[in-house]
Design a protein around this ligand. Structure first.
Ligand code: AKB
Length: 319
């Protein structure tokens, strides 16, 4: 039977690139992208798109009943900075949305579901360097708290109801095809657009804030690989650590200067610094490597060259 793919929260940073890849793999007719509103991106103009709010159970039942998806990617969530501005809604969307979608997956016999976690599950008491897979999890942001609760919920639904759920802990994601919205790691995308447009960028994180980051191409590949791996390879039903590269704003600026020698970086620190300070510097992803063969392709220099080249050639920085 051909797979039918439903992507919830499809218009976000990950969804936009994931849907493009899914359309190539499964054929546009077999991919249904959904979100609370349709974005301008070309990806959504040709394929199937429908309005779906993950807090609306009637809309969910209608969509699952109509499309009978076999694989679901549930990406709808508030990210760290936005959730901090409205913690109650952050909790509601990230938790109730997940409850609703997991229940629909059980009710409509979905074969596999992908649910994204984040490095935000870690907190100030977690070892910050090469953070292990199993470690202290005491997040102090509402986003991190929902991601940790969500991970426990994934494991519980798998053990109790047999839901075949797969998950990875995304680091900061950096891509040229889509813009981030409301995260603490967003600076590492904005900086490329501003470097090309104006030759200068003002960072809201300080120069020495090292965070785990990943090129979007690696992140989408990890998402597809973990979702499509044979079930017996997925030994963790909470969420896997995955790593790409790690850097701070000053190191990123130095790498950008190899292409744009006059690039200048300034600083205007805001409340996102507190969130970043609670997250690790780098991640130990040896368990994902062992279980399902995870391997990143982008380190800092390659990531920077790829971002600048693609943003420039698509003129995306002019917008
Ligand atoms: C954020 O900054 O909130 C996200 C994340 C690391 O999950 N990019």
């Amino acid at each position: 039977m051909a797979e039918k793919i439903l992507v919830l929260g499809a218009c976000g940073q990950v969804g936009t690139e994931l849907v493009e890849n899914l359309q190539k793999i499964y054929g546009a007719a077999n991919v249904i992208a959904s979100d609370i509103r349709k974005s301008e991106s070309a990806v959504f103009q040709n394929g199937n798109f429908e309005i779906l709010n993950v807090l609306d159970k009637a809309q969910i039942a209608n969509s699952f009943g109509k499309h009978k998806p076999t694989i679901v990617y549930h990406l709808a969530a508030l990210l760290s900075a936005t959730a901090e501005e409205n913690p109650k809604f952050g909790w509601e969307l990230n938790m109730d949305g997940t409850f609703n979608i997991f229940d629909a997956c059980l009710e409509y016999g979905v074969k596999r579901i992908f649910w994204p976690s984040s490095i935000a599950v870690f907190g100030p008491t977690t070892p910050a360097v090469l953070t292990p897979q199993s470690t202290i999890l005491e997040p102090n942001t509402i986003y991190g708290i929902t991601k940790l609760a969500g991970e426990r919920y994934c494991e519980y639904y798998n053990a109790r109801y047999g839901l075949d759920v797969r998950s990875i802990r995304y680091p900061g994601l950096i891509g040229w095809k889509s813009l981030p919205g409301g995260g603490t790691t967003d600076y590492a995308v904005d900086i490329f657009h501003q470097a090309l447009k104006t030759g200068t960028y003002t960072s809201f994180l300080n120069d020495s804030t090292t965070l785990p980051m990943m090129h979007m191409e690696d992140a989408v590949r990890a998402t597809l690989e973990v979702t499509n791996a044979p079930s017996d390879k997925i030994k963790l039903r909470s969420s896997y650590n995955i790593a790409g590269t790690s850097f701070n704003p000053e190191e990123l600026a130095t790498a950008i200067r190899k292409h744009i020698p006059n690039f200048t970086l300034e600083y205007a620190i805001d409340s996102r610094q507190n969130i970043a300070d609670s997250w690790p510097d780098s991640i130990d992803d040896s368990v994902a490597r062992k279980d399902w063969g995870w391997n990143e392709k982008y380190q800092l220099e390659k990531l920077v060259a790829n971002m600048l080249e693609n943003i420039q050639s698509t003129n995306a920085f002019k917008g």
